[in-house]
Every structure is written in structure tokens, then in C-alpha cells.
Design a protein around this ligand. Structure first.
Ligand code: PSU
Ligand code: MN
Length: 302
């Protein structure tokens, strides 16, 4: 199946100009309307300001699309959870039934790779959930990291997860995790997790070189660029941790499971912090878009 590119993304790729892929689950399930639409459009603007073409990815009427129109982004934001959250396992369903789907990191990576877009910015990737030993809840984002050749810029992994186990799993799977101007694995809302990253890069050009080398070595899969939230926007771990613990308890009490867990937890945390976590989330996505555009520019330069 072919990916339908926007004319702008298609022209850029044909001319070896930088393009940055963006996901759509964060629009439909990660934030509420209208902050979701405002953020999605602002993130596209950040990509442009840093010299790359944005391509927000989703499934529309069963077609894989890279480069949504303003109208499509607006509709995904308005319909929100009414649009199906689509990971890789759900792609055959929405494609086969000609439905719309908001793509997760996993599904977006797959479609970006199919379209030949090597850089992708998200907020925070999925990972191994706390209590995964009991629930087996491990995001399909991790499985996809062994398959799709994409550089993923992420603010570490979401603090609702088990970060040490997430790093263990990535080590097992052979996925490079590069600290971007940091020696620590960032914890989404906070810059610091106390966990070391296995490698570090201090410029976009260094990251681009590592990505190129990985694929020249015939090592398929993603390169993770762990980019901490800007200092002025972070919520210290000591402040956010009790909020996360309360949200996890509430999820358990209500019997939330499967793909509903992550959107539920993010929503609970926004309520409990009276919007502070939403502001942090918006700031870190924009910061990731900026770094992704810089990497895309360096990567296209060759
Ligand atoms: N980053 C954000 N907000 C989000 C997500 C990422 O700042 O909502 C989404 C991504 O689409 C990611 C998904 O793939 O959360 C993880 O869901 P799960 O844990 O069900 O795999
Ligand atoms: Mn899950």
C-alpha cells in the first residue's frame, strides 16, 4: 500500500529536502480540544521555522497519509477520541474498513518509513508500563523500534512508565538511545530521571551521522534522540511523581486497560495539575519539533 504524501512533502522528498513526520494520536487522544489543534499547528510552524517541511501522519478513509491539511488536523482535534487510536496492529482494520485513524508513535514510524521520511518528532514515546510484570503492558512503540528506520525525537519516555525497564528493553532490542546534550534519560515532564543514557550527542550533525551509520551497518530500526524538556517548562520529578501514582491507582480502580491506559493517565494528570502538565507537554513537543527539524536539515545535507 502506498502512502499519500501532501504535494509539499512529496516535492521536498523528491528534492532531498528535509521533512519531519509528526503523529496524530497526540492530537486525537493526547490533548483536549482546542489545545490539541493549536499545538499541532504550532508544532508544524516550529518545523517550518527551522527549515523543514512538516508531515503529520494519519489514516484517512483507510488511506495512509503523510501531510494532513489544516482542515484534517482541525477535524481530528474536534472529533478527538471519536477517532480510533491506531497502532500497528490496528492498521489492517482501519485500512480494510476505510476508516479514519489517529496513529501512535508505532504506526506513525511505520508509515514514515514507508514514505521515506527518516525523522519523526513526538512528545514522549511509549514504553514498558509500571507493573508490566503483571499486566504485560508494553507499548507496541518499542516493538516498532526494531523495524522502522526512523530517527525519533522524544522527551525520554513518559514518566507514567517504568523508565529503567524501558531502557533495558531497548538495550535488548539493539536500539540506540542518544541523550541530546544530556547524559541522562529525560523523564518527559522532568529533565532528569537519574538514569544514564548509553550515548550522547551535542549537535544535530552528530545525530545525523549516527543515524546514517546505523542504517549503513544494515542494522534496521529506530534511533532514539532523547531530548529533555526546556528547563523553564519542567515539572520536577518530586512534584509530578505523587500525581502519577494517584493517576495509576485511579486507572486500576476503574479497570482501565489496553490502549486506553496512556490517554487516561495523561488526562488525569492534566486535571490534577490544573493544566500545568499540559503546558509542559506542549513545550516539550515544540522543543522536540525544533530539534527534529535541525536533524532533518543535517541528515538531508548528507
Ligand atoms: N506523546 C505525547 N502524548 C501522547 C503520546 C505521545 O506527548 O498522547 C501517544 C503516542 O501516540 C504514543 C502513545 O505512541 O501515546 C503510547 O500509547 P501506548 O502506551 O498505548 O502504546
Ligand atoms: Mn499499552
Amino acid at each position: 500500500m502506498k502512502v499519500i504524501l501532501s504535494p509539499e512533502a512529496s516535492a521536498a522528498l523528491a528534492a532531498n529536502q528535509p521533512v519531519v513526520a509528526l503523529e496524530s494520536t497526540i492530537i486525537a487522544h493526547g490533548m483536549a480540544y482546542p489545545a490539541n489543534v493549536e499545538t499541532a499547528l504550532a508544532v508544524e510552524q516550529v518545523v517550518r521555522e527551522h527549515g523543514a517541511v512538516p508531515a503529520t501522519i494519519a489514516v484517512i478513509g483507510g488511506k495512509l497519509k503523510a501531510g494532513l491539511s489544516r482542515g484534517e488536523i482541525e477535524r481530528f482535534g474536534r472529533e478527538g477520541p471519536g477517532i480510533m487510536k491506531v497502532s500497528v496492529r490496528d492498521l489492517p482494520f482501519v485500512a480494510g474498513r476505510a476508516l479514519d485513524g489517529a496513529t501512535t508513535v508505532a504506526a506513525t514510524m511505520r508509515i514514515a518509513a514507508m514514505a521515506g521520511i527518516p525523522i519523526f518528532a513526538t512528545g514522549g514515546m511509549g514504553g514498558v508500563h509500571r507493573g508490566a510484570g503483571e499486566t504485560f503492558d508494553v507499548s507496541a512503540d518499542l516493538t516498532e523500534m526494531t523495524h522502522s528506520n526512523v530517527g525519533l525525537v522524544t522527551a525520554g519516555a513518559k514518566a507514567i512508565l517504568d523508565l529503567p525497564l524501558t531502557l533495558e528493553r531497548l538495550e535488548t532490542d539493539g536500539v540506540p538511545v542518544i541523550g541530546y546534550r544530556t547524559g541522562e534519560f529525560p523523564a518527559f515532564y522532568s529533565r532528569s530521571s537519574g538514569l544514564k543514557v548509553p550515548m550522547r550527542a551535542d549537535s544535530a550533525a552528530e545525530v545525523a551521522d549516527i543515524m546514517r551509520s546505523k542504517w549503513e551497518l544494515d542494522l534496521p530500526g529506530a534511533v532514539i534522540v532523547a531530548n529533555p524538556i526546556p528547563e523553564e517548562d519542567e515539572i520536577p520529578a518530586s512534584e509530578i511523581e505523587p500525581v502519577i501514582v494517584a493517576a495509576l491507582a485511579e486507572a486500576q480502580r476503574l479497570g482501565i486497560f489496553g490502549k486506553d491506559v496512556t490517554p487516561f493517565l495523561l488526562g488525569e494528570i492534566v486535571k490534577a495539575t490544573k493544566g500545568r502538565s499540559l503546558r509542559a507537554n506542549i513545550a516539550l513537543v515544540k522543543n522536540n519539533a525544533k530539534v527534529a527539524a535541525e536533524i532533518a536539515v543535517a541528515f538531508a545535507r548528507g
